[in-house]
Design a protein around this ligand. Structure first.
Ligand code: NAP
Length: 297
C-alpha cells in the first residue's frame, strides 16, 4: 500500500461530479479517511455544467482518475457513458460511484447498500419481514426501496406528492423483487385529511423513511403529511435529511416514544462503501463520522 506524505506524481485522484457541488461534505469525509490510513489519494469536487457530463467522463479515462462519485443531477444520465454496471446500479438505473480499472469504467450504486448497512450497524435493525413506509419516490427512494425489497422487507408502502412517480417506482420494485408495494395517497393541499389506507399502513409500519427534502435547512417549516399522533414506541423513523441534525420529522417520532435517526448515517455508509471500492481498504467509519460531525451539529 502506498503511504502518502504529500501530494506527488503518484497521488491517485478521486472526484465528485455534480451540479452544484459546493455544499458537498464528501471531500471532507473522504479526505479524512485517506489521510487517516495514510493512503496516497486525494478527493476533489468538480461542478460539471449541464451538457458537460460526456467530456467529464471521458476525462476520467484521459486523466486516469481512480474513481468518481456522481451526484445530482447526473446519477441516471451517466449510465450509458460507462463500460459496465454492477447489478444493483442496473436495477435502480442510477450510479453514484465509478471505479476506473485501466480505462474501463465500472458503475455502482452504494446508496441502497449504504442505507441498509447503516440500519444494521447503527440501529441494530434487520429489515427482513418488516413493513416499511417510504415518503417520496425520487432517486433515493428508488435505491432504498429496491434494496429493502431485495433484503426481505415484507411490504413497502409509498406515499409521494406525484402519484405517477409512486406508481413507476412501485412497478419497478415489484417486478424485480416480487414484494408487495402499496401506493398510498398524499393528501391534497386544500383537504388536509389523511386517507384511511395511509393511516392504517402507518400504524403497522415498523420503519418509516423520509426520502424527500421536506424539513431540510431552508425549508424546515415543512413536514411530510403523516398521522404523527399514532406513532408507537416500536417504530424507527429514518430521515434522509441531516441538516438540521434533529429534524421536525424525527422530533415527531421521538415525542411518540419511537427511535429516530437522520441521514448522516446513510451519507456515511454510502461513502464508506465507495471508499472501499476505490481503495480496497476497510473504511475508517468513525474517522469519517467525526469529520462530518465537526461541520454538521
Ligand atoms: P429527487 O430524485 O429529486 O426526489 C425528490 C423527492 O422529494 C420526490 O419524491 C419529490 O416528490 C419529493 N419532494 C420534493 N420537494 C417536495 C415538496 N415540496 N413537497 C413534497 N414532496 C417533495 O431527490 P432524491 O435524490 O431522491 O433525494 C431526496 C432527498 O434525500 C433529498 O433531500 C436529498 O438530499 C436526500 N438524500 C440524502 C442522502 C443521504 O445520504 N443522507 C442520499 C440521497 C438523497 P415529487 O415526485 O412529487 O416531485
Amino acid at each position: 500500500m502506498q503511504k502518502r506524505k504529500y501530494i506527488d506524481a503518484e497521488t491517485k485522484v478521486v472526484a465528485l461530479f455534480g451540479h452544484p457541488v459546493k455544499h458537498s461534505f464528501s471531500p471532507l469525509m473522504q479526505n479524512s479517511a485517506f489521510a487517516h490510513l495514510g493512503l496516497n489519494y486525494i478527493y476533489v469536487a468538480f461542478n460539471i455544467l449541464p451538457g458537460n457530463l460526456d467530456p467529464a467522463i471521458n476525462a476520467v479515462r484521459v486523466l486516469n482518475l481512480k474513481g468518481v462519485n456522481i451526484t445530482i443531477p447526473y446519477k441516471k444520465e451517466v449510465l450509458p457513458l460507462l463500460d459496465r454496471l454492477d447489478g444493483f446500479a442496473e436495477l435502480t438505473g442510477a450510479v453514484n460511484t465509478i471505479i476506473n480499472q485501466d480505462g474501463q469504467l465500472y458503475g455502482y450504486n452504494t446508496d441502497g447498500p449504504g442505507f441498509i448497512r447503516s440500519l444494521e450497524v447503527e440501529c441494530a435493525f434487520n429489515v427482513r419481514n418488516k413493513n416499511v413506509m417510504l415518503v417520496g419516490a425520487g432517486g433515493a427512494a428508488m435505491a432504498i426501496g429496491m434494496q429493502l425489497a431485495l433484503s426481505g422487507a415484507s411490504s413497502i408502502g409509498v406515499v409521494n406528492r406525484n402519484q405517477e412517480k409512486a406508481l413507476t417506482l412501485a412497478n419497478k420494485i415489484q417486478s424485480v423483487a416480487g414484494v408487495d408495494v402499496k401506493i398510498l395517497t398524499w393528501p391534497r393541499e386544500r383537504l388536509p385529511v389523511l386517507d384511511s389506507e395511509l393511516v392504517n399502513y402507518f400504524k403497522n409500519a415498523e420503519l418509516i423513511v423520509n426520502c424527500t427534502p421536506l424539513g431540510m435547512h431552508g425549508i424546515s417549516g415543512q413536514l411530510p403529511p403523516l398521522p404523527y399522533n399514532l406513532v408507537s414506541p416500536g417504530q424507527l423513523a429514518y430521515d434522509l435529511v441531516y441538516n438540521p441534525g434533529k429534524t421536525r420529522f424525527m422530533q415527531k417520532f421521538i415525542q411518540g416514544g419511537a427511535k429516530a435517526v437522520n441521514g448522516l448515517e446513510m451519507l456515511l455508509y454510502q461513502g464508506a462503501l465507495a471508499f472501499e471500492l476505490w481503495s480496497g481498504c476497510k473504511a475508517p467509519v468513525e474517522v469519517m463520522r467525526s469529520a462530518l460531525l465537526k461541520v454538521l451539529k
